[in-house]
Structures are given as C-alpha cells and as structure tokens.
Design a protein around this ligand. Structure first.
Ligand code: URP
Ligand code: ZN
Ligand code: ZN
Length: 459
C-alpha cells in the first residue's frame, strides 16, 4: 500500500517547505504541495520536520583494535542507527597489516549481510600494500562497488602506512577516480610524546590529549594534503577536531587540492575535561584525535555553517568501560580509542547545532545526509526527498525534550558518551525504503533488511 505523508515541513539541503510526500513501494513517488492518493495510508506530519534518512559516513562496527574487538555487532549498531534516524552507514573496514584487502572486504560484507538492519556501504582501509593488495584494490573498485579507501596517518606499527605506499595508493586513487579518506595525525610525533609522558609518570586518560595536541593533527592534515597536491587525488579528512586542522585543509583547498573535511559528533559537543573525570571514568572519552578545549566547538560549528566542513559523522567506536577501556588503567596508551554515538548523532546536531543557532536545518540535512551521499556516490538514491529517491524518511518531532541515556540505547556498550545531556528533538518515525523501522527513538523492525550500497567512482 502507498504511504502519504501529509503536511510536514519537508527539509532538504536545497529547500524548506510544507509539502506532501507520496511513497510507493521502496521509492518516493512524488513530492508536492497537495497530493491526493485514494487508498494510501495517511501519516499526518503537521508540526513535524520531514527529513531524508540520515547518513553516517564514519562508523566502526566490526573493529579489531588495540588488542580487543568493538562490542557492537551489525545488528545492534544498525538498530541503534535507525532508532536515531540514520538509515545508511558507511563502515570502515579495518584489516590488519597481514590481511588481504579482498578477504577483509568479504569478511566485513558477510557480517553486515547477516545482521545489518539499515543500508550500508564501506570505506576499505589500506594497511597492507604489496603487489597482491594493489591488484585487489583495483579489482574491488571494478567489481565490488568499493569507491573509497581509508588510510591511517596514526597508530604507528598497527594500522599506519608508509609514505612511499601512500603516494602510490593516491596515484592509483587518482587514476581510478576514488576517494582516499584519512585519519590525519603525525604518528611519529604521537609515539614520541606518549613515550615522554609515560616516562614522566603521566599515565591517566587526561594525558591522552597532550600526547597528540592540535599541532600533531594539523601536521597530519598538511602532510596528507601535500600528497594530494602531488598526485591529484581527492582526499577526505575524517574526524577533524580543531580549527588548526580545518585551516590546513582550507589552505590546501585554495591551492586547488580536492579536499573535503568531516566533523564527528564527539568533537562538537564534548571537550577534554571529560577525559579528566575521576576514578578512571575519563577513559570513556578517549578517542583520536582527542577531545579538545571547549573553545574548539565554535571553530567547528562555524566551519560547518560556512561549508569548510561538509559532513558530520559519529566515528562510532563502541568499547565497554568494564573489561575494555579499563585495559588502560596502568597507561592511557592501552585504552581502546573510541566513543559510541551512532544513535545520538542526529539529536545532538539538532540540540547543540540547530537549537543553539549555530547551523540551520538545511545545513543539518546537508551535513548529516546529503553531502555524504554526494561525496561518496550515493546521490540521489540516498540523501534526498524527491521522486525516484529511496524512501528513507525521518519524521522528526522538534518539540520533544529529554536527556540522552545509555538505557535508551540499542548499542551494546555499557555507557553512553552523552549520558544526562539535554536532548531536544527526536525521530518520531523512521522509514527505510518505505518500511517503518523506528518510532519515538526506538527500533521497531523485525531485524535484518539492510542492503549493501555498492558505489561507483565519483569522478
Ligand atoms: O578513537 C577513534 N577514533 N577510534 C576509532 C578508530 C579511528 O581512529 O577512527
Ligand atoms: Zn581515526
Ligand atoms: Zn574512525
């Protein structure tokens, strides 16, 4: 049966208007001022926002990392995504240095096929880069819908890539028209700083940020952009935490480098004082790049408002406090890096971005949905409310008021990074390709149903 959403405020990256939306099967059939469709199921959306399904361009679900494995599986993480209004995720495939890229892709895709409740795609981390890996990278682009790769200029000896290999990978990326996403820090500097601080007995989570200060991140961005300038590759800088790093990317952009910059929710609303919480609770807030001084929030929101940053992801990296984060009680260098947040992102951006007048609703849609679809080759199938697009729709209640709480989370983690924080607004109804999957911030689907979104090179 067709579904007719009546009288909502339909907000896309390009328009903000009262309109009706007709859904037929898995697609949007029509959007216009007044639609009549006898026999259709009517949803009254008066007083509500009607958004395109949100896209999270940076999540970790299956993540073997720092001697442990992230705690979510594809079912729990994607239920959480849908409860929070996110209908498509792009997961980072993170193989180890000995793993073949093709085998890693098959492993991650198999896990997602078995469990994912929302739609999904992948960025593939390039850690191993010998002749076998190079050929597999080409094959994955040609045959498997992989159109973006990931490099870590960080985590020395575990996930990082040597400069000579980075250069060659970026030349291949340029040739194939695919994007290199990058975690940018100076890995050598981080190593040296960690060694110094630990030798001085500075072992608690509050020393994580001083071990990788802003200059380390800005240096990583500058390094990546130099390689992009030399090779002509399109680069996308993930989880950018501070104005200094954004400035490096902006300057490179002015020189003609094709560079896009991502923000992630923790850096927009949390600050480094959280990592200094007593009784080792600060470990919950250890991520890389680290949480910064609160003054950085304004730099990031401004960059989102004026387009210097194009997307907001979560960097959802779910480790339990008990049994995982506490592996680092003796030294902050052993705390698994990451903060969960796949469910909270949209409401955080609404509460602390839109309601605080830092960005408007259209920028919220652009940065949390449409720009990711465009950047990563999923537009207009995803990230749009228009005839022919997938019927991924969020009917959003801006008047809801509450607090974030782990007790309402579908993620398996034993804490929420946003516990007790004010929440304004929540998804009232979430549809994935026309099917109702979440209501009032709760997943109500019957499990599974997520589809792989294979992509083609964007240029
Ligand atoms: O601290 C983080 N960001 N953990 C996940 C891995 C990564 O660097 O993205
Ligand atoms: Zn990272
Ligand atoms: Zn990440």
């Amino acid at each position: 049966m067709a579904i007719l959403i009546k009288g909502g405020r339909v907000i896309t990256a390009d328009a903000d208007r009262i309109a009706d939306v007709l859904i037929d099967g898995e697609q949007i059939a029509e959007v216009s001022e007044s639609i009549e469709c006898p026999g259709a199921e009517i949803i009254d959306a008066a007083g509500k926002y009607v958004f395109p399904g949100f896209i999270d361009p940076h999540v970790h679900i299956h993540l073997p990392f720092m001697g442990t494995n992230a705690i979510d599986d594809h079912a729990s993480a994607t239920r959480a995504a849908l409860a929070g209004g996110t209908t498509t995720v792009i997961e980072m495939i993170c193989p180890g240095p000995d793993d073949e890229p093709k085998a890693a892709f098959e492993e991650w895709k198999g896990l997602a096929e078995a469990g994912a409740c929302c739609d999904y795609s992948f960025h593939l981390s390039v850690v191993r880069f010998d002749e076998v890996a190079k050929q597999q990278v080409r094959d994955l682009v040609a045959n498997d819908g992989v159109a973006s790769f990931k490099v870590f200029l960080a985590y020395k000896g575990a996930l990082d890539i040597a400069d000579a290999q980075l250069f060659e990978l970026m030349e291949i990326a340029r040739e194939l028209g695919v994007i290199i996403t990058a975690h940018c820090e100076n890995a050598e500097a981080v190593d040296a700083m960690q060694e110094r601080l630990i030798a001085e007995g500075k072992t608690g989570p509050e020393w994580h940020e001083p071990s990788r200060p802003r200059c380390v991140e800005a240096d990583g961005v500058s390094h990546l952009c130099a390689f992009a300038e030399l090779t002509g590759a399109h680069v996308y800088i993930v989880h950018t935490s501070c104005g200094a790093a954004v400035d490096q990317a902006t300057a490179a952009g002015r020189r003609g480098v094709h560079v896009d910059v991502e923000a992630v929710a923790p850096h927009l609303v949390l600050d480094k004082s959280y990592a200094a919480r007593p009784d080792f609770e600060g470990a919950k807030y250890v991520m890389s790049p680290p949480l910064r001084d609160a003054e950085e929030h304004e730099h990031l929101w401004k960059a989102l408002a004026d387009g210097r940053m194009v997307t907001i992801g979560t960097d959802h990296a779910p480790f339990n406090f008990e049994g995982q984060k506490d592996m680092g009680r003796e030294a902050f260098t052993c705390i698994p890096n990451g903060i969960p947040g796949i469910q909270e992102r949209v409401d955080l951006v609404h509460t602390y971005g839109v309601c605080e007048d830092r960005i408007n609703l259209q920028t919220m849609v652009a940065t949390c949905s449409t720009n990711a679809a465009k950047t990563f080759g999923m537009y207009p199938q995803k990230g749009e409310i228009a005839a022919g697009s997938d019927a991924d729709v969020v009917i959003y209640d801006p008047a809801y008021e509450g607090v974030f709480s782990q007790s309402e989370s579908e993620s398996k983690t034993d804490y929420s990074g946003y516990e007790g924080m004010t929440r304004k607004g929540r998804p009232e109804l979430v549809m994935l390709r026309g099917g109702l999957v979440a209501r009032n911030g709760r997943y109500i689907g019957s499990g599974g149903g997520g589809q792989y979104i294979g992509r083609v090179p964007t240029h």
